[in-house]
Design a protein around this ligand. Structure first.
Ligand SMILES: C=CC1=C(C)c2cc3[nH]c(cc4nc(cc5[nH]c(cc1n2)c(C)c5CCC(=O)O)C(CCC(=O)O)=C4C)c(C)c3C=C
Ligand SMILES: [Fe+2]
Ligand SMILES: [Fe+2]
Length: 343
């Protein structure tokens, strides 16, 4: 039987309990695409175990503060479901527009263009189990769609390598297509603008002239960018596009979530919060520009840690816009990219 293709949403994954924090961190630090230890491949795993063990108690505090686990899987599953619906509507609409509504399988008036699955990099469901399911179901075409709009070897690159390795190990050879990046999508930009305008209305003085807007992107060690990773260029292009669509006067781009002793992309979000506070900012809105799903770095780092910092420094009204999650314009952007990949 010639099956519909599969679309696999790729995301980072997060611990589903406090007990899972350490093994999740181990999986992350053992990945040479995200963290290459200077002492070479032999020591990667023991050092990953050591760092995971040292970092786990601190990291667990963040997960404890947001309900004892990462909400990333739930949020990604909601996105998968929304995309599944969008692909069904798309098929229906396309067939009607073309005047060639094809005979669809019995009982599925709105058969979707593809079946949407989720695959996480560092916590379940991970590539070996997802690949096993796809193989058993007999998919011969698989589109990989990272939920990272901007490409980095540490995120999309790592997930792609991991997925391909799992296919090889399972002797599974579907036609694989990777949607490498989609930071330039106009619907995605408009979704961000909508979300910012919506959040603005919650300030006591809902006036862009009176709000400092920070676009906070996940950071990356500077040496990764210096070695040619396009992530910073993609972030800057996203920032420029959204900024010109939005037209607000007081905006800045900064980078959060640095880990370890290396220098990361600057300016750091906490430094910018301090600077703006010192300059007298009273209303601040933070938009998590590199994330399309809420998780520990938006809910805890931005929503709790930096909120406390801002308040202590005198910023009376500090808000974080939620990530897009299942915003209809985001889902439309994703559906269009899938359709293009399948064309
Ligand atoms: C654009 C997205 C991301 C990039 C780029 C990225 C790079 C990167 N991250 C680490 C280390 C950690 N990341 C952690 C959590 C985490 N990272 C991302 C996204 C990007 N990371 C997400 C979505 C999450 C949250 C997952 C969740 O639980 O919901 C963590 C764990 C949390 C913590 O201990 O702070 C670490 C560690 C590095 C080293 C890196 C680039 C080299
Ligand atoms: Fe990260
Ligand atoms: Fe992080």
């Amino acid at each position: 039987m010639d099956r519909r293709p599969a679309v696999v949403l790729l995301n980072l994954g997060g611990p589903d309990s406090l007990g899972a924090v350490r093994p999740f961190l181990y999986n992350l630090f053992a990945d040479p695409d995200i963290f290459k230890f200077p002492l070479g491949a032999v020591l990667q795993k023991p050092l990953a175990a050591l760092i995971a063990w040292r970092r786990a108690p601190e990291a667990a505090k963040g997960y404890a503060a947001i309900g004892g686990k990462s909400p990333l899987l739930e949020n990604t599953l909601v996105q998968a479901q929304a995309l599944q619906h969008a692909l069904a509507d798309e098929e229906d609409k396309l067939a009607r527009v073309a005047g060639t509504r094809r005979a669809l399988p019995a009982g599925s008036d709105n058969a979707p263009l593809a079946d949407v699955h989720v695959c996480m990099r560092y916590w379940h469901p991970m590539a070996p189990e997802v690949v096993g399911r796809l193989k058993a179901a007999g998919y011969t075409r698989v589109v990989l769609l990272p939920l990272y709009p901007q490409y980095s070897v540490t995120t999309t690159g790592s997930s792609y390598n991991d997925f391909r390795r799992a296919c090889e190990r399972a002797s599974y050879r579907p036609e694989l297509r990777l949607i490498r990046e989609w930071y330039d999508d106009a619907d995605y930009h408009q979704a961000i603008v909508d979300s910012i305008e919506n959040e603005m209305s919650r300030f006591p003085v809902p006036d862009p002239e009176r709000i400092e807007l920070l676009f906070s992107a996940h950071g990356l060690p500077k040496k990764v960018v210096d070695a040619g990773d396009p992530y910073r260029d993609h972030i800057e292009a996203t920032y420029a596009a959204v900024r010109s669509r939005l037209g607000w006067p007081h905006v800045a781009l900064c980078y959060q979530s640095r880990v370890g002793p290396l220098e990361w992309l600057r300016p750091y979000t906490d430094d910018v919060i301090r600077e703006k506070a010192a300059a007298g900012t009273k209303q601040m809105l933070v938009y998590p520009i590199a994330f399309v799903s809420d998780h520990v770095e938006t809910l805890f780092e931005l929503g709790i840690t930096y909120a406390e910092l801002a308040r202590k420094r005198g910023i009376a009204h500090y808000r974080v816009a939620p990530a897009l999650n299942a915003h209809p314009l985001l889902i439309r952007a994703l559906a269009r990219r899938v359709r293009e990949a399948l064309a």
